[in-house]
Design a protein around this ligand. Structure first.
Ligand SMILES: Nc1ncnc2c1ncn2[C@@H]1O[C@H](COP(=O)(O)OP(=O)(O)OP(=O)(O)O)[C@@H](O)[C@H]1O
Length: 351
């Protein structure tokens, strides 16, 4: 709880000044770092998140995601850098804790109370009286589609229902940012889909910024607006999902021509700037190509197949088969977090 002391009043004024500086972002992180026993777990991390947007924090095991989340949720003190939540600086953990909600990776709820009792308990911890805590609790249970089970014991809830209860609890004090650590872990495909839809609607309707940690890359591509990819504690890519996917080297085009025309077609493809043949023409007539430089111009990369087709049409070489594989967040993730291929990618800033 905040103390109404002179120091508190001064801190409040400073908070408001910070707030005025950074009102467009619900979360802003600058140069955040954490050193454990002389080893950097997170280095110079900077990004920002706007209200109503969902940011995916990605990285392989040991990349520094948990350390980052623990710093941003004030569990761990950063070694360097700072962050602001709703304009309030990380040097005021009590104040910023009241502006954020957290769904930790593993949730421990008492099993022998009802969902509503849990909501009332936490509502009162945040200073609501019994009536208001109950009213707020019921409204949030409705929002996460648990209203019909409000009076059931938590012990009877499925994993998906417990996750939804965890989200309702994280929203009790009307936070501006919520941190969700692997919320869909262990859910069946339907439960996963429903939870993702719920997270999206909460972000959009309540204008809450969501920081979402997951190892499920298709899920992150579907849900998130922005992505930060960490590798060994350092940001290796940051931007919107579209911006990051366009940086993929995964655009591969396979074209099949008659076997007797394969050499000629390969020669023609060689002549297209920006095209790299992956394999020599096969006896079957299949020829595989990808953009020569990475990261290339995303638009140009996506037009690779069109340019290859264009030269075949001009040379009147029949096209017998065509396969085009666009880049995905998964491609970029593997490329960036694989030591051999991690060079040559420029970061772009998250809006
Ligand atoms: N309390 C600690 N003391 C010492 N080293 C730590 C501590 N916590 C984390 N680390 C180290 O910091 C690095 C980042 O770990 P972190 O748990 O943040 O990674 P992660 O991306 O969350 O990994 P995972 O996906 O496996 O959960 C690792 O090298 C880890 O060993």
């Amino acid at each position: 709880m905040l103390q109404k002391s002179q120091a508190g009043a001064q801190a409040g004024a400073a908070d408001r000044a910070d707030h005025a500086q950074a009102t467009s972002h619900v979360l802003r992180v600058e140069g955040l770092g954490k050193v454990f026993d002389g080893r950097s777990a997170v280095k110079d991390l900077s990004f920002s998140l706007q209200a109503g947007r969902i940011l995916g924090l990605l990285g392989p095991n040991g990349a520094g995601k948990t350390t980052t989340i623990r710093m941003l949720t004030t569990v761990l003190e950063p070694t360097s850098g700072a962050f602001w939540i709703d304009g309030l600086a990380s040097s005021r953990p009590d104040a910023i804790r009241r502006r954020m909600g957290v769904l930790p990776e593993s949730l421990g709820f008492p099993k022998k109370i009802t969902g509503l009792e849990l909501m009332v308990y936490y509502g009162q911890l945040y200073g609501f009286d019994q009536r208001k805590a109950r009213q707020n609790g019921l409204a949030l249970l409705e929002a996460v589609k648990l209203r019909p089970r409000a009076h059931s014991l938590i012990g009877s809830y499925s994993r998906g229902m417990r996750q939804r209860l965890g989200i309702a609890r994280a929203l009790i004090h009307d936070p501006v940012v919520i941190f969700l650590d692997e919320p869909t872990l262990g859910l069946d495909p339907r439960g996963q889909k429903e939870l993702l839809a719920l997270i999206r609607s909460i972000a959009r309707e309540r204008m809450i910024g969501v920081v979402f940690c997951s190892h499920d890359l298709p899920e992150v591509s579907t849900l998130c607006d922005d992505v930060v990819i960490l590798r060994e504690g350092t940001v290796v890519a940051a931007g919107t999902v579209g911006e990051i996917v366009r940086k993929s080297r995964g655009n591969v085009v396979r074209i099949r021509v008659p076997a007797q025309a394969a050499q000629e077609a390969a020669q023609l493809f060689h002549g297209i700037s920006g095209v790299m043949l992956v394999s020599p023409a096969e006896e079957s007539g299949w020829i595989e190509a990808r953009p020569a430089d990475a990261p290339g111009d995303g638009e140009q990369d996506r037009l690779l197949g069109n340019r290859m087709l264009d030269v075949l049409i001009r040379a009147q070489i029949p096209v017998l088969g065509l396969q085009a594989e666009g880049g995905s967040l998964q491609d970029v993730f593997f490329e960036l977090t694989d030591e051999e291929h991690a060079d040559g990618y420029a970061s772009v800033s998250v809006h």
